[in-house]
Write a protein that binds this ligand. Structure first.
Ligand SMILES: NC(=O)C1=CN([C@@H]2O[C@H](COP(=O)(O)OP(=O)(O)OC[C@H]3O[C@@H](n4cnc5c(N)ncnc54)[C@H](OP(=O)(O)O)[C@@H]3O)[C@@H](O)[C@H]2O)C=CC1
Ligand SMILES: O=C1O[C@H](COP(=O)(O)O)[C@@H](O)[C@H](O)[C@H]1O
Length: 513
């Protein structure tokens, strides 16, 4: 097709290792239709459309190539959808023109999720766009983003498959992006995977976990495998314990109904924190090809031993059940600390402490690798603190190493300090892309590295399903904690029992410019 150069082509190869094999000699030149299903919803307005706008502003999506469709049951005109999302698109005076042009790329189609009529209308609208762009048959690209509750994934996928897929034999394709939660336990996730898997091939399915789109999560493999420092130290001989922590300083805020069905383990730990865990604990992949990386993630997940009840603390913040959509007797945890243990040569005996909580005293996500004490410490400074390697995922992205140094001055005394790579200071003027922005671009490029493969998902559910079922049966109770606190004190006690030694009298303060 000769519709001018599409900027993505200029910036990077369009095809992934995973998808390109099928169409090795074909350039992806057809026009691109991005369909946001569930366009009336929360995720669509807060994340999906803003990410698309940012890609547009940066030239990754171009007016002469792309069209964006919103689809949902709510009856809306094109302008009504545009009005709904407009306030969420970051725009100043300088990009007011971009905003107008972007909004004009959006069309809205209303229809149900299980009825052919709506999907036929959607296909008609997409086809009209393709014809208007002179896309040759089979060369057009169709991306369907399911910003919908998972309960409707099977019927929506069936409708897309039956009425909206593109012939993919001339460089075109149809891809679908599905949001978490992918099921509620192993059985339901497997059922969902089979239902979608009967309709689409694995290279067409993008299971999004937005933590995999975060800058510092993407940096983990580079840090580990491109630096000589870490290679010899990254094992049970040197590392005492690893914490992977997610804290939010607000509660479920209008999402109580959804949250109560899932709880913090399904909402955060089984997916976001477990993905980070994989990148910290996996062996070096053969290459950085998506399949090689994902093979290693699966292997480390398979090496995790069953979780013990005594290595779990659950909490629920006081006031959680006041949400009218939450049952009064809910035992759903809004906080959990869970220790994972890996049975392999590198990690035997090292606790991986995964902790997540809502309505806590701060908002942050980080990885904290704590090293063992120095043997034969001639400075007798162990009580001051252990070496720690900290990767602050958000906010204020940073990588720092806590270490012992000589206290400047005449005395030969020691003090705790840090080697600090704070991104805001080191990379001034560089805007770190939003996770969704990056991941949507990957789906267009066909790069599945930062998406969850089916077998990976299965292993993740294998690890947590027995524990989740015990919680669902009420066999493990969530202890109450005060909103705005650190969470249950039992969690700190578990941390200590696991071997974590807190550094007293020292705190890392993000540098200011
Ligand atoms: N919101 C967030 O911050 C995040 C959301 N997610 C995931 O993204 C997906 C979408 O989330 P979110 O936008 O918050 O969800 P919403 O509840 O806002 O639902 C999105 C749209 O789906 C339709 N819908 C809602 N409930 C049903 C139902 N029971 N049956 C059929 N259609 C329904 C509605 O559109 P209409 O009635 O017009 O058809 C709604 O506007 C979910 O899988 C969620 O877990 C993941 C990470 C963060
Ligand atoms: O997936 C989810 O993530 C958000 C937190 O995302 P972040 O990028 O702001 O850290 C969380 O609030 C929500 O409960 C969960 O569904």
């Amino acid at each position: 097709m000769a519709t001018g150069a599409w900027s993505i082509e200029k910036r990077a190869p369009l095809k992934s290792d995973s998808f390109a094999r099928v169409n090795e000699n074909l350039l992806e030149t057809g026009c691109l239709s991005i369909v946001v299903l569930g366009a009336s919803g929360d995720l669509a307005k807060k994340k999906t459309f803003p990410a698309l706008f940012n890609l547009y502003r940066q030239g990754f999506l171009q007016s002469n190539e792309v069209h964006i469709f919103g689809y949902a049951r709510t009856k809306l005109s094109d302008d009504e959808l545009r009005d709904r999302i407009c306030g969420y698109l970051s725009h100043g005076k300088e990009n007011a023109e971009d905003l107008t042009k972007f909004l004009h790329l959006i069309k809205y189609v209303s229809g149900s999720y299980d009825d052919e009529e709506g999907f036929r209308s959607l296909d008609k609208a997409i086809s009209e766009h393709e014809v208007s762009r002179n896309s040759t048959e089979g060369s057009a690209r169709r991306l369907f983003y399911l910003a919908l509750p998972p309960s409707v994934y099977p019927s929506v996928c069936k409708m897309i498959k039956n009425y909206c897929t593109n012939k993919s034999d001339l460089g075109g394709w149809t891809r679908i992006v599905v949001e978490k939660p992918f099921g509620k336990d192993l059985a339901s996730a497997e059922q969902l995977s089979s239902q979608i898997g009967e309709l689409f091939d694995e290279p067409q399915i993008y299971r999004i976990d937005h933590y995999l789109g975060k800058e510092l999560v993407q940096n983990l493999l580079v840090l580990r495998f491109a630096n000589r420092f870490f290679l010899p130290l990254w094992n049970r001989d040197n590392i005492d314990n690893v914490q992977i922590v997610f804290r939010e300083d607000f509660g479920t805020e209008g999402r109580g109904g959804y949250f109560d069905e899932y709880g913090i383990i399904r909402d955060i730990i089984q997916n976001h924190l477990l993905q980070v865990f994989c990148l910290i604990a996996m062996e070096k992949p053969i290459s950085i090809k998506p399949e090689h990386i994902r093979d290693e993630k699966v292997k480390v997940l398979q090496s995790v031993v069953p979780i013990k009840d005594e290595e779990v603390v659950l909490g629920q913040y006081e006031g959680y059940t006041e949400d009218p959509t939450v049952p009064d007797n809910s035992n759903t945890p809004t906080f959990a600390t869970v220790i994972l243990r890996i049975h392999n040569e590198r990690w035997e005996g090292v606790p991986f402490i995964l902790k997540a909580g809502k309505a806590l005293n701060s908002r942050k996500a980080e990885v904290r690798v704590q090293f063992k004490d120095v043997p034969g410490d001639i400075f007798r400074c162990q009580k001051q603190g252990r070496n720690e390697f900290v990767i602050r995922l958000q906010p204020l992205e940073a990588i720092y190493m806590k270490l012992t140094v000589k206290q400047p001055g005449l005395e030969m005394s020691t003090a705790q300090s840090e080697l600090d790579l704070s991104y805001r200071q080191r990379y001034q003027g560089i805007t770190i892309p939003e996770a969704y922005e990056r991941l949507i671009l990957d789906t267009i490029r066909g790069d599945q590295q930062h998406f969850v493969r089916r077998d990976e998902l299965k292993e993740a559910w294998e690890i947590f399903t027995p524990l989740l079922h015990r919680i669902d049966r009420g066999e493990l109770k969530a202890v109450p904690y005060k909103p705005g606190s650190r969470g249950p004190t039992e969690a700190d006690e578990l941390l200590q029992r696991a071997g974590y030694v807190q550094t007293h009298g020292y705190i890392w303060i993000p540098p200011t410019l």
